[in-house]
Design a protein. Structure first.
Length: 253
């Protein structure tokens, strides 16, 4: 049987922790992010988190149903930070691009947490707010609901897929990451043109580009495709509205 999580108001400690603070979900999540930064995803344990909080490890279970529940809360926190850093302008394409970059940036500020949570669905309020925002942008722009849902799916999965990919690279040790990036100059740039003419012809461009995320480029490609889909949808909507007016084609006049 699933362990019942004690409601927030009923689970506050009457005494402060060893650090003199009162526990809360927000404090535990912030501390978990610090533990992940210092020890990696394998280092996030109830015991280590309890030590960092100055509390008994079992205290965690008064706030979360377990470590998996805490993981979802961490993912929600990163989504929430992305939304908090974003400002709507009313221009749908610019707004989606800025929100996508905000999600990517918020997650990559905590690579180990990003790698742990990018594939999770939290069902928590701040994640739901992001999803509502994306769908609202698309529907307000004039996309029919099937297209809005299809584009929402592509947008959020693209964003989180690049989060996972790029976070994986950032979570490497500096030495390992530098060695990977050096491959473009130490190996690829030295391949013989007789055997690898296309790599040899573009070696300097590859070396300059490949250490960086392709997310902005791919995001722009998705938005360009969405914009191309929107024009016919708007035209069809205008035609339907005209045909519904008295004296329109629907009346046969």
């Amino acid at each position: 049987m699933a362990k019942q999580v004690v409601p927030e108001g009923a689970r506050r400690r009457r005494r402060p922790t060893q650090q003199g603070t009162v526990l809360s979900e927000a404090l535990i999540v912030r501390t978990a992010l610090r533990v992940l930064r210092e020890h990696g995803s394998a280092g996030l344990t109830a015991r280590r988190l309890g030590t960092a909080l100055g509390a008994d490890p079992s205290t965690l279970y008064r706030y979360f149903g377990g470590m998996d529940d805490l993981t979802r809360a961490i993912g929600e926190e990163l989504m929430g930070r992305a939304l908090d850093s974003w400002t709507a302008t009313g221009a749908w394409r610019a707004d989606l691009r800025a929100l996508g970059l905000a999600i990517h940036s918020a997650y990559l500020a905590h690579p180990h947490a990003a790698a742990l949570t990018a594939s999770r669905v939290t069902g928590r309020p701040r994640e739901i707010a992001v999803d509502e925002t994306i769908l609202g942008i698309l529907r307000s722009a004039g996309f029919p609901d099937p297209a809005a849902v299809r584009l929402y799916h592509a947008f959020i999965d693209l964003s989180l897929a690049f989060v996972a990919l790029d976070a994986g690279a950032l979570a490497l040790t500096e030495e390992a990451r530098a060695a990977d990036e050096d491959m473009w100059t130490s190996t690829y740039a030295r391949l013989p043109a007789e055997s690898y003419p296309h790599i040899a012809a573009t070696a300097s461009l590859l070396a300059a580009r490949m250490p960086h995320s392709a997310y902005p480029t791919v995001l722009d490609t998705l938005l360009e495709s969405a914009a191309a889909q929107l024009a016919p949808a708007r035209s069809a909507g205008t035609a339907r509205r005209r045909s519904a007016r008295p004296g329109g084609p629907a009346d046969g006049r």
